[in-house]
Design a protein around this ligand. Structure first.
Ligand code: RIB
Length: 319
């Protein structure tokens, strides 16, 4: 890599309150958990940090509250070298908070109080048009208002910058056709792919999951998305592009906490694509980063730096 690519991330920032539990409690049930930890999170912020640690110059467009959590979040972004001139400190709303339970098998459940994230506006994005113009790629998720994401996509399309949309959390309704058609890279997980493509993502058997993901990816491509990459957790990813469908194998690791693994995948994928790596190679690089992240607790604390991703991949090749 000769020069660091410039990536703009538009999205959320949260403080994660994490309790480790033996298993995720059922509705109405109280269980005694283990250690409590607080860590920086939020899908947008996690992706911004992942991209920065993987080697990009990152501009983050976000809103935090004018409170302790907001100040801490800003300090964290700056420590990772992220350009925060478009991170607004909002006096009308508190910083976003996520309540997270992490089970012994690494799975989690998350409830988010959006706070200031819910006030990230199309005007905030218009104020960052200059940064978007000079970016190699723009990265968005759906933890901020959809109209803000739509404005981001509109501006990026107008100035010819590709958009990577990670449709998480899954929207209640299908995305508008004009929005889908302007997305260069759409990166749902299996459930999100099924929901976006018109299914509900439930009731599937082991045997048909892969076929369902491929069918959903193809439907999303028919709806206009350029390349659809369905993340499959430990199983890697399914890539549906104009060149056809390919499966990229995942990496076998001992999971501690899967929180933010999808975000790491997206942030690192954006960097690899901005560096013009071949698509399969870019997806493998992103899968490696996500695999490392699940071996550690917490969203942003678990995000690897580039050297670690490269060392991990080298060790896999030698194994
Ligand atoms: O994707 C993981 C993230 O989802 C967490 O960091 C939490 O803040 C929620 O936004």
């Amino acid at each position: 890599m000769c020069t660091r690519p410039h990536i703009v991330v538009v999205g959320s920032s949260n403080t994660d309150m994490v309790v480790q539990v033996a298993r995720i409690p059922r509705p109405g049930e109280t269980i005694l958990g283990g250690a409590f930890t607080m860590a920086a999170g939020g899908k947008g912020a996690n992706q911004a940090v992942a991209a920065a640690r993987a080697g990009a110059n990152v501009t983050f467009v976000a809103r935090v509250g004018d409170d302790l959590f907001g100040r801490k979040a800003l300090e964290g972004f700056q420590a990772d070298g992220i350009d925060v001139q478009h991170v607004t400190r909002d006096r009308q709303a508190a910083s976003g908070v996520a309540l997270i339970q992490v089970a012994r098998n690494g799975q989690n459940s998350i409830a988010v109080a959006a706070g200031a994230n819910g006030r990230l506006s199309p005007d905030d994005v218009r104020a960052a048009e200059g940064a978007i113009r000079s970016a190699s790629i723009v990265l968005c998720q759906l933890e901020v208002p959809l109209e803000t994401v739509a404005e981001t996509v509109r501006i990026a399309s107008k100035v010819g910058v590709p958009v990577l949309l990670n449709p998480a959390p899954a929207p209640e309704q299908a995305l508008e056709a004009s929005l889908t058609a302007a997305i260069s890279y759409l990166t749902p997980n299996e459930t999100e792919a099924a929901q976006l493509a018109g299914g509900d993502g439930s009731g599937r058997t082991e045997r048909t999951e892969a076929d369902d993901s491929e069918a959903a990816a193809q439907r999303l491509r028919e709806a206009g998305a350029g390349t659809v990459i369905v993340t499959l957790g430990a199983a890697g990813a399914l890539v549906a592009s104009p060149e056809g469908v390919a499966r990229i194998a995942g990496f076998r690791v001992e999971p501690v906490d899967t929180t933010g693994a999808g975000d790491v995948f997206n942030g690192v994928l954006a960097v690899a694509l901005a560096e013009r790596r071949a698509l399969a190679d870019a997806v493998r690089f992103a899968c490696a980063a996500a695999a490392i992240s699940v071996t550690r607790l917490g969203a942003q604390p678990s995000i690897p730096h580039r050297a670690e991703i490269e060392a991990f991949l080298a060790s896999q090749t030698q194994a």
